[in-house]
Design a protein around this ligand. Sequence first.
Ligand code: MG
Length: 170
Amino acid sequence: MIEEQDAGYRIGIGTDIHRIVEGRKLMLCGVYVPYPAGLAGHSDGDVGLHAVIDALLGASGMGDIGTLFPDTDPALKDVDSKELLFVVKEQLEEKKWEVVNVDLIIHTEEPKLGPFKGQMKRCIAGLLGIDFTAVNVKAKTNEEFGDIGAGEAMAATATALIRKKRRRTL
Ligand code: MG
């Protein structure tokens, strides 16, 4: 007899914004994007991964990125945000959560991200151990409105769906 526990689903949302500054490498969703400026931040400033992390922490009820990885921690100075996402993925696994899918929007006037979306999806999917098709990356301009429209900041919005791993009794 196979008994399957009812799978519990949870959804989470995450947003982030970082200032665009000269002298930093532009890292988005774990991918280096050639551009004359990058994102300010205590970490590598990867606004895309930060939004995904907050969506996963929200879905699992595990708090937020600022509490888990404080920007006052010297050990996290210029940290690769892929490492942070991997830590979160491990914490989800400890609590028997698995990621169903992730949807992400990068809000920026420049650069055009079309050529990098495939790599970004592969990077996030690889870190989370899920299929490439379960990650979606979109890019939107802000129609020249506000700080994003002026090219002074880049933001991201993400949602994530997770479910409890099924327990099987044979
Ligand atoms: Mg951030």
